[in-house]
Ligand binder design. Structure first.
Ligand SMILES: NC(=O)C1=CN([C@@H]2O[C@H](COP(=O)(O)OP(=O)(O)OC[C@H]3O[C@@H](n4cnc5c(N)ncnc54)[C@H](OP(=O)(O)O)[C@@H]3O)[C@@H](O)[C@H]2O)C=CC1
Ligand SMILES: CC(C)=CCC[C@@H](C)[C@H]1CC[C@H]2C3=C(CC[C@]12C)[C@@]1(C)CCC(=O)C[C@@H]1CC3
Length: 313
């Protein structure tokens, strides 16, 4: 049976690099590119087919910040596939990024600069807004849209002969102090990105608890600092060229899902000599909070499904 791999946010940056890498490793997979823009999806398909002409590549349209679109895409995927082996939950946004250079300067004086340069702790703020569903846009795009997607794809992910894998693109910027259960969508703060990535870590932990027995495994990865549209909105290209070497996403295709530690985030790193390696770092999450957060997601899922009942089978 062919292996089916779904990648969200495949039209650029980390997602596109990942697609190329996946096809480079195993040209026999069926790769499904999940993109919000149909034209970009087709252009991406053409691009990867130029490189891998024999590859099986399809596209599906999904705007993860729009729950009706997510439900429609899930329905489409259920019609097309019997199972999904790997789902890379990669699409993400960081709207209106703002760098606090004063904090960086303070970090230099207090010896925290290195930590700040790898985690952006205390360095970045964003301005978020409500989407058409009345939910915070960053929370919905980075986490909740993906959550609804996989919940709707449960029949393709659970109870199959071979285990299925979810791989979330999280971030070293995921921070507990940016997240609060009472404001899990981060409507009140200015670190919606950090909060959404922490929520991602929590969700992955709890998904393992709920679904490992049914053969679904979830892990979080951090691609390091990658030059992409996201980072080019933070600083101009020339500054990046001066500041940092590009770090590549190292994915986990070859490992057995059962061996992955659900309480670990896999960080892609590069040594000073340019050698790429993966460093597992313990997730800063407590399982009780993860469980409570999961209940909140289920509540919100209930409301979403009630609202969009007509889009369900
Ligand atoms: N760049 C970095 O340094 C780091 C990035 N990450 C994470 O990596 C992931 C990819 O980011 P990166 O490649 O850097 O950023 P890019 O902005 O280059 O790519 C983001 C991708 O997500 C897609 N996307 C954005 N919003 C939506 C949406 N509403 N529905 C569907 N797709 C959407 C974009 O589609 P479109 O082309 O239509 O805009 C694009 O394909 C994100 O989750 C990010 O948080 C984590 C750590 C570091
Ligand atoms: C010396 C100088 C002017 C440095 C400025 C660098 C900052 C703009 C970067 C330092 C750490 C970076 C970082 C990110 C964005 C840019 C920095 C703040 C991310 C938040 C990008 C998206 C992520 O998911 C994680 C990154 C962590 C590090």
């Amino acid at each position: 049976m062919e292996r089916v791999v779904l990648v969200t946010g495949a039209s650029g940056g980390v997602g596109l690099a990942l697609c190329r890498r996946l096809l480079g490793e195993d040209g026999r997979i069926h790769l499904c590119l999940a993109c919000r823009n149909a034209q970009k999806a087709e252009a991406t398909r053409d691009l990867v087919l130029q490189e891998y002409p024999a590859a099986q590549v399809s596209t599906v349209e999904v705007d993860l910040g729009n729950l009706a679109s997510v439900l429609r895409a899930a329905q489409e995927l259920r019609c097309r596939f019997q199972h999904l082996d790997f789902v890379y939950l990669n699409a993400g946004i960081m709207p209106n990024p703002h760098v606090n250079f004063k904090a960086l300067w303070k970090g230099l004086l207090t010896g925290r600069l290195l930590h700040m340069l790898t985690t952006a702790e205390g360095v970045m703020t964003q301005t978020d807004r409500l989407n058409g569903d009345g939910l915070q846009e960053v929370f919905t795009t980075n986490l909740f849209g993906h959550f609804i997607l996989i919940r709707q794809l449960e029949s393709l992910l659970c109870g199959n002969e071979k285990p299925s894998r979810l791989i979330w693109t999280s971030s070293s910027n995921a921070r507990e102090s940016a997240f609060s259960l009472s404001d899990y969508q981060h409507a009140k703060g200015q670190e919606s990105y950090s909060s959404s990535k922490y929520a991602t870590d929590l969700t992955s932990v709890v998904l393992n608890r709920k679904f490992n027995k049914q053969g679904l495994y979830s892990s979080v990865v951090c691609p390091g600092l990658v030059m992409s549209n996201m980072t080019f909105k933070i600083l101009p290209v020339f500054l990046w060229v001066l500041l940092m070497p590009i770090m590549f996403l190292v994915w986990l295709f070859k490992q057995k899902p059962e061996y992955l530690d659900p309480l670990v985030k896999y960080h892609s790193c590069t040594s000073g000599l340019g050698k790429n390696f993966v460093e597992p770092r313990k997730l800063d999450v407590d399982e009780e909070t993860a469980e409570k957060f999961y209940q909140k997601l289920l509540e919100l899922e209930g409301q979403t499904l009630e609202k969009y009942g007509d889009l369900l089978d």
